[in-house]
Ligand binder design. Sequence first.
Ligand code: ATP
Length: 654
Amino acid sequence: MILFSLSNKLPNSSELTTDNPMWRLYAEYGKGHVAEFTLGIVATTLSRLSGLLPPFILGLAIDAIFLNQREFHLPLFPAEWIPQTSTGQLWLSIAIIALSFFVGATFSWLEGWGWNRFAQGVQHALRVDTYDRMQLLDMGFFDDKQTGELMSILNNDVNQLETFLNDGMSSALRIVVMVAGIGLLLFWLNPALALVALLPVPLLALFTYLFVRIIQPKYAAMRASVGALNSRLENNLGGVRVIKTETAEEYESDRVEDASQDYYDANWDAIRTRITFFPGLSLLTGIGFAITFAVGGFWLLSGPPGPFSGPLEPGEFVTFIVLSQQFIWPMAQFGQIINIYQRAKASSVRVFDLMNERGTLDESAGAPDLVVPDGTVKYDDVSFGYGEETVISNVDLQAERGDTIALVGPTGAGKSTVLKLLLRMYDVDEGAIRIDGTDIRDVNLRSLRRSIGYVSQDPFLFYGSVKENIAYGTFDASGEEIVSAAKAAEAHEFVVNLPDGYDTMVGERGMKLSGGQRQRLSIARTILKNPAILVLDEATSHVDTETEALIQRSLARLVREKTTFAIAHRLSTIKEADEIAVLDEGRIVERGTHDDLLALDGLYANLWRVQAGEIESLPRDFIERAIRRRAQVEGVEEVGGRSENADAQADGGE
Ligand SMILES: Nc1ncnc2c1ncn2[C@@H]1O[C@H](COP(=O)(O)OP(=O)(O)OP(=O)(O)O)[C@@H](O)[C@H]1O
């Protein structure tokens, strides 16, 4: 198949690399938020540095003002501005401490503002972009993916990145500033005691490293189990009707319990490691604190111990103790940051993999709009397969404006596939489909799909009002146009009887409406769209005879002056079609009008007689083929030979 390049939308291949997804995250999405990013860095640095001042001033005040053991000297502060009296110096110290807290609070606010704006901005742009690109992919992609999986990328993974961009980045920078700032200050004050105070650092690094190594696989197991649990819940919510009708509540409760238990076990395993880590870290830092206190204490009491030399003032000692505490705790966050980073990296790989996903439809950048002056649709020797296996073989069809071509045939024969090809959900492998002489691959997809109205057997309604659902796709329709479309679709009467008329909210997927009502709303939607070509995929399959009559009446109005393709199992609905093409195993095996096909006395005639009640059952060879086909469709291995099922089917008819 041809590789696609929705080239005006997707980046070129050099951009499409997930080698370093985190880098790509910053380069592509961070560049629109440089100001916030810079503000985050500057504010974090200044807020942390200002936090170092109070312990320093405290030590200085103790030594110079209270104990009078050294001179009141402030680096970078003009000597002539320092008061000579102790009271003056105390006031200056108070002012500097108060100011540093004020400055710290201000920068801390700016820090939060900068990082949050940055992270939210990137998250928003990334989510919208990922969704936009995913939406452009062809149906083959969505056939292969689970909704839960895609939701998890668009939600959890994007949120995970936001956590890193915000908390992760600011914490990492905080560590750098604190380690560098405090380390330098301690060494400047007393290099020997600084070494003692920093003694636990390598141990902390090692301990953290081990923690990350141990916890990572546990987190991975936890993520896998939460994914499994989500999929189970999503599946069950989607299939709640089947659960009820099959009274499978107990069975599903057990399955949910199992999935939840797996999550519990995996989570508890990770929690056990995590809750051991932090007390362990406390212990290490506590030991470091005790050693610094012991060395400093004895130094003060009886001069430099062991290999140490030089003076140590009590105030200096206090500064040391306070700063070394401030130094150790950011280190404790180190493991957490690595953890956030690893998770973010895994998420960014998933997000960018989704963005790099390529479909199989080829739409060149400047493809012209489809123009449909006559509405002639021609399938020219079309063959197609979803994978290796051919599903549609050498199909030829031609329809003019006003014609209705019906596709009938057993299940799995390829009827829906033939019509999906017209909508270009997939590209044909061989042959071509032309509308008014133009190959549908040569026009832009949007204009093609705008020209075709599709009424499916199970129409999808969005959560929203009846009015919004009718106008879906024709967003600028006026109120009158909506009402007149609903009238033409025989929907107006039931709509006005709804609690809020056209403003009634239909439940999720239109569940508050009956199948026939949903169908009529979808026909109204198509009438409003007024396309040149119509595709009716078993439009009346789920409704009772009375509703069918109503829908048929509305469809009859709809198909006038249009080129129509209709799939039907209930043959009475397509009896009047201009041509009926009978598909079997992807080939057209019979074609003609209803009368032609009855005269032919083949597959169609047999199907018709069963449905009309003229014969009790289909011929045995037909049933056997149907069973084989169904087994293929459902992926069930055929149980050899002519089975009892064949007899049962033959007795009951199709
Ligand atoms: N998305 C898909 N991926 C792979 N195979 C598919 C896909 N959709 C349909 N098929 C297969 O293609 C064949 C034709 O399916 P199709 O839905 O076109 O038949 P149909 O005649 O419309 O059947 P039905 O009357 O049951 O709706 C079947 O074997 C089916 O299993």
